[in-house]
Design a protein around this ligand. Structure first.
Ligand SMILES: N[C@@H](CCC(=O)N[C@@H](CS)C(=O)NCC(=O)O)C(=O)O
Length: 189
């Protein structure tokens, strides 16, 4: 989702192939021996490289072309964005998986994972009290990198999510879901 968001925002030309993760095609294994998605085959002036991490795909596409100014414009902006993305990728995603699929994680409880994930969301709410987007005054890299994960967390139990006293976060999520970028990534391929 976030790789597609950044590719869309870059305005670069690209092809997309949906992959059935229960029946991974040989082409996927050839490109990425880990067998994970997303994976991007990047071609630039006859030179090709494979990028198999969503964040790296985002950065590669946006560094090549960034017409919507999604990349941070200051060193502080970069530091804050990369720190929050790291927190999302290392810890929040783990809590999300355990909250969403409690049967796969009998060693923990969904409610405790939800509470730990909620600490991240509380922080995002505080950031959004000061500015319209996590990236600043417009939707950017940080919003795109975190948006799909926050959305999954919210959708796991919307009644709970909506009752937490996070009006800014709810508005932010609604803005993301009604954006052109979101419509693009939700298109059936
Ligand atoms: N660190 C990787 C994680 C990629 C990842 O875990 N992708 C999942 C789908 S979202 C996957 O391909 N899982 C392999 C599988 O289910 O077999 C990234 O962010 O690009």
């Amino acid at each position: 989702m976030r790789a597609r968001l950044a590719l869309w925002a870059s305005g670069l030309e690209f092809d997309q192939q949906e992959v059935d993760l229960k029946q991974k095609p040989p082409e996927l294994w050839v490109l990425n021996p880990l067998g994970t998605v997303p994976v991007l085959l990047w071609s630039d002036q006859g030179v090709q490289k494979v990028i198999a991490q969503s964040l790296e795909i985002m950065l590669c596409a946006l560094k090549a072309n960034d017409p919507l100014s999604w990349l941070p414009s200051t060193q502080d902006g970069w530091d804050q964005a990369l720190e929050l993305i790291k927190g999302n990728d290392v810890a929040f995603k783990k809590h999300l998986d355990r909250y969403k699929y409690p049967n796969r994680h009998p060693e923990t409880s969904a409610s405790s994972e939800r509470e730990q994930g909620a600490l991240f969301l509380k922080h995002y709410e505080q950031v959004l009290e000061k500015q319209d987007f996590l990236s600043g005054d417009h939707f950017g890299l940080l919003d795109a990198a975190l948006g799909p994960f926050v959305r999954q967390f919210a959708k796991t139990d919307l009644v709970w999510f909506n009752s937490q006293g996070w009006p800014k976060l709810i508005n932010w999520l609604q803005a993301f879901e009604s954006s052109e970028a979101f419509s693009f990534i939700m298109q059936k391929l």
